[in-house]
Design a protein around this ligand. Structure first.
Ligand SMILES: C[S@@+](CC[C@H](N)C(=O)[O-])C[C@H]1O[C@@H](n2cnc3c(N)ncnc32)[C@H](O)[C@@H]1O
Length: 280
């Protein structure tokens, strides 16, 4: 058995990471073996997985989620659906922090880009549970992906209560960027996490996606309101990225999250006359 296979098998047996898709476990095993001697590689791989996945999912309990989803299936009225979705979103830091302004955010976003017919929520976490606040027309297609098989099956149960044109799949976007042609790609609070796994991936992603718009976002303060320069740091990161690719953007700013809406259709054609719009 190769060193990579040994690390992979250890991760596959670990309580915390066994539900991650094989592509991710294999990719991280490869990363660890390249950098660390065999005795340290498993620990290094687990540390990396904690940084890019475990830290967000610490409070997630898929069994509790399934119980909540059963309540939705038994009583699928709009109020039950929304109150269960809020409870579920509270278990992931990224969505929990977005709950207070998610309705306003989607309304602001769709006022600017129009109601999308096809959405790709990449590295979605629990964000698909915010769909009831997006006010989407019934025939909208929604495709979501993340690296956690348990999370994906919970999202698909939720989708079955909403629409047959929604689906979620386990996919590692660092192994292969899903083929998507549609209106908008959400990369919410995801680029920092992907950069920790592959430096420079943000630029590659933004130039490979085939959609009318991509929305990238970054945290600007922690849940308890401490900013610690986070907003400025990510604003600089986002603007350097956007400017290096000559993209336009619309910035939407809320209490703890910064969003940059980037029209990809105009990519590369804008060279000298760069238009920047700042909103809200
Ligand atoms: C900070 S969370 C953001 C979740 C969600 N986009 C949101 O804002 O609510 C980062 C997410 O990226 C996922 N992730 C990390 N690496 C990934 C990869 N290589 N491919 C797909 N998803 C990944 C994690 O599992 C986690 O759900």
């Amino acid at each position: 058995m190769s060193d990579i296979d040994t690390v992979f098998q250890k991760l596959k047996q670990s309580k915390k990471y066994k539900y991650l898709c094989d592509d991710t476990l294999y990719r991280i095993s490869h990363w660890a073996v390249q950098r660390f001697p065999p005795k340290e590689a498993v620990k290094a791989a687990k540390n990396k997985l904690h940084q890019v996945y475990g830290a967000f999912f610490a409070k997630i309990n898929p069994l509790r989620m399934q119980k909540l989803l059963k309540q939705i299936s038994a009583n699928p009225d709009a109020e039950t659906l929304k109150s269960m979705a809020v409870k579920i979103m509270q278990s992931h830091t990224s969505t929990c922090e977005r709950i207070p302004f998610m309705k306003k955010f989607y309304s602001d976003l769709f006022k600017r880009i129009g109601k999308p017919k096809k959405i790709f929520d990449a590295a979605c976490g629990l964000n698909p549970f915010s769909i009831p606040w997006m006010d989407l027309p019934p025939n909208t297609e929604y495709y979501a992906c993340d690296i956690d098989t348990q999370l994906i099956s919970v999202i698909n149960i939720f989708f079955s209560c909403l629409s047959s044109s929604y689906r979620a799949e386990c996919a590692d976007i660092l192994v292969s960027i899903p083929e998507f042609t549609g209106d908008v790609v959400f990369l919410l609070k995801t680029l920092p996490c992907l950069e920790q796994q592959q430096k420079g991936i943000s630029e590659k992603l933004l130039t490979s996606l085939k959609a009318k718009y991509v929305v990238i976002s970054f945290p600007s303060a922690t849940l308890c309101g401490k900013a610690k320069g986070m907003g400025n740091y990510y604003d600089t990161f986002a603007l350097e990225l956007i400017n290096s690719l000559n993209f336009n953007y619309i910035k939407l700013e809320y209490p703890n999250e910064l969003f940059y809406v980037i029209p990809l259709g105009e990519a590369h054609s804008v060279t000298s006359h760069r238009r920047r719009i700042r909103a809200i």
